[in-house]
Design a protein around this ligand. Structure first.
Ligand code: SF4
Length: 143
């Protein structure tokens, strides 16, 4: 079983109330081969929600509020689901402060990027789960 970011499965759980469906991931979920999770929703944040970005060890929203606790709670709850389904592999939405892998927004809300992982991606990596972005997944699916 594969763990996937819920927005990639076509669920409108993003901060703007939209989704980012990837056909190959939607199909995996429909076939029962992937489990979708949205750590930010599981952390109790509303949809739509105020944009947030990682800034060092914290997560700050665009109004300057520290929302780290919700992000950590959502990551832990999503990890629980990952374990429940025995997932050792995850496909996560790129650049997100929760799900981003390798590159995320820089915390300045200026569209800039920096090296790093989202809070949930970091937790999965620490737990030994293999993670990739939907961009890497598409490259793999195309090859
Ligand atoms: Fe998608 Fe992850 Fe953001 Fe949820 S937290 S909307 S799954 S990128």
């Amino acid at each position: 079983m594969i763990l996937v970011s819920e927005c990639l499965a076509g669920v409108p759980c993003r901060m703007d109330g939209k989704s980012k469906p990837v056909p190959g991931i939607v199909k995996l979920v429909e076939e029962g081969k992937a489990i979708p999770v949205c750590p930010e929703v599981l952390g109790g944040l509303p949809t739509p929600r105020i944009p947030s970005e990682r800034l060092g060890d914290r997560v700050i929203n665009k109004e300057g509020e520290d929302v780290t606790a919700a992000f950590v709670k959502g990551a832990e709850e999503s990890l629980r689901i990952c374990r429940e389904y025995g997932c050792s592999f995850a496909v996560l939405k790129s650049k997100s402060p929760s799900c981003g892998v390798g590159v995320i927004h820089n915390g300045l809300f200026d569209g800039g990027l920096t090296a790093g992982n989202g809070v949930f991606a970091d937790l999965l990596l620490r737990e030994g789960v293999t993670v990739m972005t939907e961009k890497e997944f598409n490259l793999t699916a195309d090859s």
